[in-house]
Design a protein around this ligand. Sequence first.
Ligand code: GDP
Ligand code: MG
Length: 442
Amino acid sequence: LSGSLSRAIKNMNNATIVDEKVLNDCLNEICRALLKADVNFDLIKNMKINIKKIVNLDNLAAGHNKRKIIQQAVFDELCKMLDTGKPSFTPKRGKTSVVMFVGLQGSGKTTTCTKYAYHHQKKGWKPALVCADTFRAGAFDQLKQNATKARIPFCGSYMESDPVKVAVQGVERFKKENCDLIIVDTSGRHQQEAALFEEMRQLAEATKPDLVIFVMDSSIGQAAFSQAQAFNRSVSVGAVIVTKTEGQAKGGGALSAVAATKSPVIFLGTGEHMDEFEVFDVKPFVSRLLGMGDLSGFMDKIHQIVPTDQQPELLQRLSEGSFTLRIMYEQFQNLLNMGSFNQVFSMLPGFSTDLMANGRDKEGERKIKRYMTMMDSMTNEELDTTDPKKLINESRILRIARGSGCQVKDVMNMFEEYRRLAKMWSKMKGLKIPRKGGDISA
Ligand code: GDP
Ligand code: MG
């Protein structure tokens, strides 16, 4: 999707005058791209009509930047499609809320339940997980494992086969224990089946959730609309979480789910790990959908804070996508010098790790300085390798730890941070990066 959309906009940028034909060609190309991404056909049709209404070429005075206006209109329309105008129910800390997760098998419910609990726990909430999936063998074990890892209280049953009983018992128990976020994980089926929807209806009736979250796999495409609609008919869906959004950005399904449930997307799953979870934000998501990232803002920041003589090299590396420990070191240095690394990288979709989020405060700064001390104990070979995993063995790690007066555990943490940043960095690979003044705003 991203490729064709950005191509459509680029073609428009290349046309010297924007007339009715250029507008139509551009819109048709965008619509084709959206269709290919399995966005619901009616949604696309409406978007096209709306854009044509907004971009009334005849009424635009000469001298207006028409291309910019069209570009902005496409961007705004997609944003509007994702913005329901009414926020979803938001649980309140210290007050008991029951949140029920629904979705087909494999959509990522169990994983996302834990991520959601963990996300709140980190902020001081008291979450708890209830496994009401008595359908799939091993479901309780999976939830147990996840919950244990995150140290979140959980309950479920190996014996009881009635999901409603298990759910009610769990919710009651955690209410007594004063948990403020009781999360009910439910079972799925491979397909949309009457039995599943009946089970969801009964579960909702019995546990009276404050919020039902529909979880969908970003790759289900065209099926998203009917799937979301079907769940919304049996239980009233209040929010959507889209999983597996890392890698290729396929946004079509999210648009459909929002339209079908009239509920907003609240989080994105960006990997299998507990902390690969992001608060959903419409504009960066649409930018990414359009294949732009938030590159204009990003580039402005790069120009502001990266010393001029380092800029061409950094841009080159960004487009190559190879992230070495030395790059990490240099970026840490920039961060400490300028104090706004966090601001820069938070503009890249997916680039908000815990470290970056903390980068502003003293704790983050200390961590970064410690990492830099470790890297000072590394050889040039180690700093410049594009595959540290292969090169840096146990004895090298021991040496680095000794050399920097740190624990092996700390060095491992540093590599973990590197791994995370490298993963994000690799998303930049092949992106066309505009030079200063380049016209890529949306
Ligand atoms: P459920 O059947 O709906 O409970 O789905 P699970 O939570 O068991 O997830 C199914 C698979 O998808 C598991 O292998 C998860 O690790 C994986 N998964 C879930 N969310 C994500 C995500 O955001 N990214 C990736 N890459 N995998 C995910
Ligand atoms: Mg599950």
